[in-house]
Design a protein around this ligand. Structure first.
Ligand SMILES: [Zn+2]
Ligand SMILES: [Zn+2]
Length: 237
């Protein structure tokens, strides 16, 4: 056993128990009982946002039927249920930054082929407002992008997309308030590299209002296809 694994044993991000020592290169991040509890999104998915559907004959989720999106298409790894909520909370608020590796691997294992099919040129994290970034110390979406970049070899650009004003937490707002809350919240610095196909990364997707606001800003600087990826997709509010 390596000294680092004695000092910093790898813990399951869901139950926080120490994982048994795995062979070198093993990709197991979650203990078996927890892995069974996680709701990986499987087919049928919404053809636009990637949300879990429960009836084969449906092509789009209720939200996507109601709201035309600005972004092109999206993917998500988990349904936002209790097991992943705790892990996501620790990742965002309790400094468990290394979970980014688990999330990026879970995403790439399932959707790496989509990134190639889409011809994604760059990974863009949904930015935090600077004050929030300084109080938290990191942008969780950026950490996932960096981990995903190492696996996929697609570069990250954390400067193209900026949040130019603070916004309220989306979970307490209705559709109309969400749209208003995000109005002109994002802007792009000049698209010097002339990206045409980008992937915007967020930790949680609900109705897609944040992704649409980012997509609007990206279209304004000439990006043609805006794909989005989230670790969790909630079922509305
Ligand atoms: Zn566990
Ligand atoms: Zn949808």
């Amino acid at each position: 056993m390596k000294l680092t694994s004695l000092l910093y044993p790898r813990c399951c991000p869901v139950c926080e128990r120490v994982l048994p020592e795995h062979p070198v290169g093993s990709k197991e991040w979650v203990c078996r009982p927890c892995n069974e509890k996680l709701s990986y999104i499987v087919s049928p998915r919404c053809m636009i946002c990637g949300k879990q559907l429960y009836q084969k004959e449906h092509e789009y989720c209720a939200d996507c039927q109601k709201i035309p999106h600005v972004f092109t298409q999206g993917i998500g790894v988990f349904g936002y249920d209790e097991a992943i909520q705790h892990a996501m909370y620790r990742f965002k608020y309790e400094d468990e930054r290394h979970y980014a590796q688990f999330f990026a691997e879970a995403l790439y294992t399932r959707y790496g082929y989509r990134l190639s099919d889409w011809g994604v040129e760059v990974l863009l994290p949904v930015p935090l407002y600077p004050l929030k970034f300084f109080t938290r110390g990191y942008n969780q979406a950026e950490l996932i992008c960096q981990a995903l970049s190492q696996i996929s070899q697609i570069p990250v650009d954390s400067t193209l997309l900026c949040r130019v004003r603070p916004t309220k937490p989306m979970k307490d707002l209705n559709d109309e308030e969400r749209a208003k809350n995000l109005e002109n919240a994002f802007q792009c610095s000049a698209n010097k590299v002339k990206y045409k196909r980008v992937l915007v990364m967020d930790d949680i997707y609900t109705t897609g209002a944040t992704m649409d606001a980012c997509a609007r800003a990206l279209k304004a600087v000439g990006v043609e296809k805006i794909y989005c990826a989230s670790i969790c997709i909630g079922n509305g509010y």
